[in-house]
Design a protein around this ligand. Structure first.
Ligand code: SF4
Length: 253
């Protein structure tokens, strides 16, 4: 079987992000142009320093964008690229969402593409981890609603009846000796991460929760797996266990 982390679909986010970058540069340049006469009146030094700061900001953003493209397409791990990602998250991501709104692209579509960009970074990482350094983090909505077992406290209480994917996932975790947990929300997810102190996380969630999670745990690398929602959001969701098995084959020592 071909072992591959799926990163197809990253192009949408990259295109929107590049467009956002240009837009941001045009808007801030125009803003500076409007206020610069006033700045010159106040102080020449203030005008010069603000222009230099603006140029440095542009330079960082452009370098960041180039690094992100190189990492995504050449699959080379550039050390500073992770920080370029952070910059993208803070500055560019909100602009891409805004731009998506103008073009009629849904937030979830952009988030999904962003998850693929993130996974391209994971692919480029080319680092191996001990099983104990990895954590599989699952959302509670994977559990079948008819199941009365309280697996949020101890996921291994699952009796693997086959009604949902939790059974196969716990089996996979046991086979590889990897910690696995269920988070009912962001706060619990953060607590689990503090307890386990993983160096690599495999997270299953919907687009919104995955993107929030990626931002929250930065700089811990996260391989994001989007869940499937055959019955709608937050109820009896599914995940392709095989995707996680393949990811483990790639990242485990
Ligand atoms: S597989 Fe486990 S969690 Fe899912 S319904 Fe069966 S016992 Fe419950």
């Amino acid at each position: 079987m071909d072992i591959e982390i799926n990163t197809k679909g990253k192009e949408l986010f990259l295109a929107l992000a590049t467009l956002s970058l240009f837009l941001l540069m045009i808007i801030t340049t125009l803003l500076w142009w409007f206020i610069s006469p006033r700045l010159h009146e106040i102080s020449e030094f203030l005008a010069d320093i603000s222009l230099t700061a603006l140029r440095v900001f542009y330079l960082i953003l452009v370098i960041g964008t180039i690094l992100i493209y190189l990492t995504c397409f050449l699959e080379r791990n550039f050390l500073v690229a992770r920080f370029a990602v952070k910059l993208f998250i803070v500055v560019i991501f909100p602009v891409t969402i805004l731009l998506g709104k103008i073009f009629g692209i849904s937030k979830d579509k952009i988030r999904e593409s962003y998850v693929y960009v993130n996974n391209a970074f994971i692919k480029a990482l080319k680092k191996k981890f001990d099983p104990s350094e990895v954590l599989i983090l699952l959302p509670h909505c994977l559990q079948n609603t008819e199941c009365g077992i309280r697996i949020t406290v101890d996921i291994f209480k699952c009796v693997r009846c086959g009604k949902c994917d939790i059974g196969d996932l716990t089996k996979l975790a046991v086979e590889h000796g990897i910690p696995i947990a269920i988070a009912t929300g962001g706060t619990l997810a953060r607590r689990i991460i503090v307890e386990h102190r993983p160096k690599f996380i495999i997270a299953v969630a919907c687009e919104r929760d995955l993107v929030d999670g990626l931002h929250d745990v930065f700089p811990i690398p996260v391989y994001g797996v989007l869940n499937e929602r055959p019955e709608g959001p937050c109820i009896n969701t599914r995940v392709m266990v095989e995707k996680i098995r393949l990811a483990l084959k790639i990242i485990l020592k």
